[in-house]
Design a protein around this ligand. Sequence first.
Ligand SMILES: [Zn+2]
Length: 93
Amino acid sequence: MTCKGCHSDRQRMFNGEIAIHFRGLEGLDQPIVWVFQETVVCLHCGFTEFTVPKRELQVLETGSPVEGAVVLSRGRPQPQEKSGTKSASAGMN
Ligand SMILES: [Zn+2]
């Protein structure tokens, strides 16, 4: 297998953990999606290739968390809460 970027055969497989963010200011209100996937890295030019699994892909398509996907949901900043109440807008699912 050769690199799609530079045609080198110096590629190696790694285990990857990649956090995908939506772009722009509106992305601040969108979830962050973690993808845990084997990743092929070209040791010559750095070109990296991986596939987003279907479940995480669905989060990227819809912008909404999906059961089983590792997502950090973020909403607009909430007004300051009284002590003892719990925020439902942020946290790992
Ligand atoms: Zn390369």
